[in-house]
Design a protein around this ligand. Structure first.
Ligand code: FAD
Length: 625
């Protein structure tokens, strides 16, 4: 089939993290999908650090996996180090993080997409969009092709009018060594879209053979590793590569300051907003002038490469200043640079211009996902890509959009925040953004989302079967613990070992195992329990669910009740034709914000900043409540 004569169901523009998930999801939902990207060698390229997951982001990757996306599988297959972060806190805070082999990551993604039915690939740059009035009907490319589609998903990342800065040099580019993308912003602005500029930055990459590790502190991965994908096709890491920790010092700071007058950050050349929580090293020494050192994590970029990523030293200072300053860091005295750090400015589209499905409000059948929506991070991009891919496919099938609620997934929180509140700076996910974090854990993403993914046609039968089995086994174990008593002679040695008060009568296992000071592994000596686990083949995952139920069911129930109450407001819909300007009892600010965002429900209206509880009461009266 020729590109000239085919009308695709879905065209995905850009093969980054968002685009790759979008193409996979749309194709797996049966949509005939074309992935157009500037360079087919760079599919799912990790533009910044070669790591997936981390706090709140790890939960997102598990959610993508539970729904049937690929990011978790690719991360497992290419991981070189694994850590479960926050293990000392409650399970709601546990967050998996893995470092990947950067080159293998891109290769593995491409291989997985090539194995996906319904995906066609084409290397070119999209430089214009084809409209029929307020509907998108295809794209134009730099080579002059016009390719038709029922829906288009734009995932152009940092490439839209991208401008790279190093010291006093600036040049067009979407990422180091790659050209910028022009034409898309201009076509969208002509159609009435609002666009803005953001910036981000990246640290230098150095030759690991030139570093002195004896002056750094080794950072090995976890002794017991886990993984992201719920499928058994991937395995937890056995062999790992270590990272290294070192610090900046006052000499380094002084040397960096010598370049401030040539810094695009300080001399006004970069005007756009960057991620506050991921500051450059020059930003750190400027904002925290009293701190005499900052951490630097030296992370290998793969199994075999000597290239090391200098995490914590993101900079756009001139090359000579980067080079001079870093040599005063312990272990970096003889460093050889492979790539200098740089900053990039790019166009984004304020995400309040989108519906919950990620379809734009202005142009029908056009979807945006990833950094174009003002987010930062591979995980945030991949999650939006999956959702946009699903919704584009659903649109071609004339089905209702797929929306995840805030109590169902971090992905739901992410998208609701973006389209309801917008974002002034690159948005990244934090656990604090989720009001139901006890429900949204990394261990239960499969229980929460795989049945939904299966219904959509995205998650496989195998995934669903595994979820059903996990839930059944966890329930069986909970039932056993609730109904089994153990004599004090068997329990007291366990309590004694932990310096806890002894008991003088038999006790239900459920009660004793719920104590926060005790781990489930402490009960190895309880014969009834070990026999039960063995007989019923209860695995680690089912045990984890049962234990979380024992220890946290009170909090979980409370959050579920709160979510139910709020979801009732989710069902009070606001007609799209509702004229807020006529409701004079709404505050002026509320009228302006509500008119701009056009919330679909009272619940969404209540989350818009500037809309007060009394505005919500007024709206409820208008909606007949
Ligand atoms: P990208 O991964 O950027 O992918 C976009 C894809 O679209 C590319 O393959 C590109 O070739 C293609 N494309 C673009 N325009 C067109 C077009 N017109 N036609 C065809 N193809 C097109 N994230 C963090 O979380 N922390 C950081 O510290 C951080 N630092 C960063 C530093 C730099 C220098 C850069 C470039 C990115 C950084 N990021 C950081 C962001 C992270 O890389 C992105 O959030 C993530 O990659 C976004 O995914 P995406 O799919 O939206 O876009």
């Amino acid at each position: 089939m020729s590109l000239f004569s085919t009308t695709y169901d879905v065209i995905v523009v850009g093969g980054g993290h968002a685009g790759s998930e979008a193409a996979a999801a749309a194709a797996n939902m049966g949509a005939h999908t074309l992935l157009i990207t500037m360079n087919l060698q760079n599919i799912a390229q990790m533009s910044c650090n070669p790591a997936m997951g981390g706090i709140a982001k790890g939960q997102i990757i598990r959610e993508i996996d539970a729904l049937g996306g690929y990011s978790g599988i690719v991360t497992d297959k290419t991981a070189i180090q694994f850590k479960m972060l926050n293990k000392s806190k409650g399970p709601a805070m546990w967050s998996p993080r893995a470092q990947s082999d950067r080159m293998q990551f891109a290769e593995c993604w491409r291989a997985m997409l090539e194995l996906t039915e319904n995906v066609d690939f084409y290397q070119d740059s999209v430089n214009g969009l084809l409209f029929d009035d307020n509907k998108i009907i295809g794209v134009k490319t730099a080579l002059g092709l016009e390719i038709k589609a029922k829906t288009v998903v734009i995932t152009a990342g940092t490439f839209l009018n991208g401008l790279i800065h190093i010291g006093d040099k600036s040049f067009g580019g979407g990422r180091a060594g790659e050209g910028a993308s022009t034409g898309i912003t201009e076509d969208l602005v002509a159609k009435g879209f609002e666009s803005g500029r953001m910036k981000t930055g990246t640290p230098p990459r150095v030759d690991g053979r030139s570093l002195d590790y004896s002056k750094m502190i080794e950072q090995p991965g976890d002794e017991v590793t886990e993984k992201f994908s719920y499928l058994p096709t991937t395995k937890a890491l056995v062999k790992q590569r270590s990272c290294w920790l070192t610090y900046t010092n006052l000499d380094v700071h002084d040397l960096l300051r010598t370049g401030f007058d040539r810094s695009p950050m300080f001399n006004g050349r970069i005007k756009s907003t960057g991620p506050r929580y991921c500051p450059s090293i020059e930003d750190k020494i400027d904002r925290f002038a009293t701190k005499d050192r900052h951490q630097m994590f030296i992370e290998p970029e793969g199994w075999t490469t000597c290239e090391m990523y200098v995490n914590g030293f993101s900079t756009s200072l001139p090359e000579d200043v980067q080079d001079k300053a870093i040599r005063s860091v312990a272990g970096f005295e003889n460093v050889k640079f492979l790539r200098y750090g740089y900053a990039i400015e790019y166009d984004f589209f304020p995400p309040t211009q989108l519906k919950h499905s990620l379809e734009t409000k202005i142009i029908e059948n056009l979807f945006f996902a990833g950094q174009i929506n003002g987010t930062t991070g591979y995980e945030e991009a991949a999650a939006q890509g999956l959702m946009a891919g699903v919704n584009a496919a659903l649109k071609t099938q004339e089905k209702e959009p797929f929306v995840l609620k805030r109590n169902e997934a971090y992905i739901g929180v992410l998208i609701d925040d973006l389209i309801t509140k917008g974002t002034e700076e690159p948005y990244r996910m934090f656990t604090s953004r989720a009001e139901y974090r006890t429900l949204l854990r990394q261990d239960n993403a499969d229980l929460r989302l795989t049945p939904i993914g299966f219904k959509l046609g995205l998650a496989s039968q195998e995934r669903l079967d595994r979820v059903i089995e996990k839930q059944e086994k966890a329930d069986l174990l909970i039932h056993f613990l609730q109904n089994t008593s153990v004599k004090q002679e068997e329990i007291n040695p366990i309590l004694e070992a932990k310096n806890l008060a002894l008991i003088n009568q038999s006790m239900k296992l459920y009660k004793i195992a719920a104590r926060p000071q005790l781990d489930f592994s402490d009960f190895k000596s309880v014969k009834k329990l070990t026999a039960f686990l063995e007989e019923n083949n209860i695995d680690k995952e089912a045990i984890e669910q049962a234990v979380i139920h024992l220890k946290y069911s009170g909090y979980i129930e409370k959050e579920k009740n709160n979510a139910d109450k709020l979801n009732r407001l989710e069902n009070v819909m606001i007609p799209s034709s509702f004229n807020y300007q006529k409701v004079k009892s709404l505050s002026f600010e509320a009228r302006e914000k509500l008119t701009k965002i056009q919330p679909t429900s009272i619940s969404q209206a209540s989350r818009i900043s500037g809309v007060s509880p009394s505005d919500i009461s007024v709206l409820l009266v208008y909606m007949g409540r």
